[in-house]
Design a protein around this ligand. Sequence first.
Ligand SMILES: *Cc1c(COP(=O)(O)O)cnc(C)c1O
Length: 217
Amino acid sequence: MIKENVQRILNELSEGVELVGAAKTRTADEILEAINAGVKIIGENYVQEAEKVFEVIGRKARWHFIGHLQKNKVKKAVAIFDMIETVDSLEMAREIDKRCSQASKIMYVLIEINSGREKQKFGALPEDAIKLIEEVSNLHNIKVMGLMTMGPRFGDPEDSRPYFVETRKIFERIKSLDIQNVEMRYLSMGMSNSCKVAIEEGANMVRIGTLIFGGRK
Ligand SMILES: *Cc1c(COP(=O)(O)O)cnc(C)c1O
C-alpha cells in the first residue's frame, strides 16, 4: 500500500513541490518502502525515534526534523538531520549554531511560524518573524532557507487557508528584504488533509504522513 500511496501522491503533486514523508511512529521497513517508491525526504518529530530508524536507513533519504527540538537533543539532531524545520527562538538557533560549529557543519533551517497564535503551540508569532530571522542570519553555521507552519487543526481544510495565506505573506515580505545569509526558498505548509489548500496558497514543501503510511495507532 505504501508504494501505491507514494506513487499516487507524487503523480498528483505539482512540479516544484517537495514531499516530506512524515514518519513518526513508523518502522524502518515502512520508511524504506516509502523511500524505494520515491520519497526523498523523511520528516521525524523525535530525535530518539529518528536515531533508531537512521541506524537502518542512513543517508538513503534526506532527514528533516519537524518536531519540537529540546536543547539537550540538539547535538544528536545535528548529527542526523539535514534540515531543522522548527526553529522558533534565537536561543534554539544559537544552540544549533554552536553544535554545528563543533561538527563543522552548516544546518539548513526553517523558521516555524505560529500562524494560529495558539498558546499551546510552538513557533514564532507572525509579528516577531522578521526580527528573529535578522538575528539568526548573523549565525555562521545556520542558514535560514524559509518558513514552516502547522496552523490550527481543522476537520475542513478550507478553514486552514487564512493561516497559510498569512504565512505566505510573511514569506514574501522577508524574501523582499533580501537579508544576507537568508534564502527564502522553502515554504513548508500542509499535511495529509490540508496539502491541497496549502499548495494553492504557495507551499512548495508538504509534510505527509497518513496519506503515505495510513492512520497512526
Ligand atoms: C505528523 C505530522 C505531519 C503529518 O501529519 P499527517 O496528518 O499524518 O499527514 C506533518 N507535520 C508535522 C509537524 C507532523 O508532526
